[in-house]
Write a protein that binds this ligand. Structure first.
Ligand SMILES: C[S@@+](CC[C@H](N)C(=O)[O-])C[C@H]1O[C@@H](n2cnc3c(N)ncnc32)[C@H](O)[C@@H]1O
Length: 269
């Protein structure tokens, strides 16, 4: 699930914000919890949660750092940040900011974590290097990405449904991206080791979503896939939904792979 263009990515998540929380229970929250379990923020620590969305990893991190700690949660989608402010009203140690985290500056952090965000950066390597540079020496970085073809089936079936409903060609596969080369544990560990990080480890977090019609459609409306619906006329949306669900059914897709790789390391210098 990677798209081109910062504005399109932001628009997609702006539109997805309302359903993002509903999908969160099934998808974002377990992945966020697994990310935070690896980062293990301690009471009083300073954490940057990059690409925070509505707080799947930022909120549990804020609970762990407690009132003497700090979580700066940064997302470029203002509706996401608004939703996070609503959800974290009782956690003053969590500060939510609407900003591009690739240019975020602050005093150094004990922990920098990002769940399912770094592959959206226009330059994934430079953006990740920037996040690592915000750590104090010895501080912990945790970056979670999709493994292999995770989530891809939903995008494929959506593409087919939109093409049929709007009588347009099936979209071409997206151009090759760095994440295609680092989306298995070995390649990811090697890439992370080139990021001024030591003690690099990659944990595989196996997960599958049961694709009830409700969840299958939320996967589209509550995620970056939402961007593909932007060009679908309002009166064709219902048809797209029905064709998408039928396409999944015909292909026998009852579960969607949502496995992630949780990469971690400590800043070397
Ligand atoms: C798939 S969501 C994940 C959100 C959250 N971390 C979670 O796991 O629920 C990706 C998020 O990255 C944000 N994002 C992408 N590029 C960004 C950037 N350069 N700066 C800040 N946020 C960004 C999007 O707006 C979106 O909310």
């Amino acid at each position: 699930m990677v798209q081109d263009g910062q504005a399109e990515i932001r628009d997609a998540f702006d539109a997805a914000a309302a359903d993002f929380t509903a999908l969160g229970r099934h998808l974002w929250e377990p992945i966020g919890a697994a990310t935070v379990a690896v980062a293990a923020p301690r009471p009083g620590e300073r954490v940057l949660d990059a690409c925070c969305g509505t707080g799947a990893s930022a909120i549990p991190a804020a609970g762990l750092v407690g009132p003497d700690g700090l979580v700066d949660a940064v997302d470029m989608s203002a509706p996401m940040v608004d939703e996070l402010r609503r959800l974290s009203a009782g956690l003053p140690q969590l500060r939510a900011h609407a900003a591009d985290v690739t240019t975020w500056t602050a005093e150094s952090y004990d922990v920098v974590q990002s769940a399912l965000g770094i592959f959206f950066f226009p330059d994934m390597t430079a953006g990740t290097d920037h996040l690592v540079s915000l750590l104090r020496p010895g501080g912990r970085a945790v970056f979670t990405i999709w493994r292999g073809e995770s989530m891809a089936a939903a995008g494929r079936h959506l593409g087919l449904a939109i093409a049929e409903a709007t009588n347009t060609p099936v979209p071409a596969p997206r151009p090759p991206h760095l994440v295609d080369r680092v989306n298995q544990p070995g390649g990811y560990a090697a890439w992370l080791a080139g990021r001024d990080l030591v003690d690099v480890e990659v944990t595989v977090h196996e997960m599958a979503l049961t694709m009830t019609p409700e969840v299958a459609w939320l996967v589209i409306t509550g995620s970056g896939f939402r961007g593909a619906l932007a060009k679908v006329p309002e009166d064709a949306l219902h048809t797209v939904r029905e064709l998408y669900l039928a396409s999944l059914r015909d292909a026998g897709v009852t579960e969607l792979d949502a496995t992630t790789l949780i990469g971690s390391g400590r800043r070397a210098t």
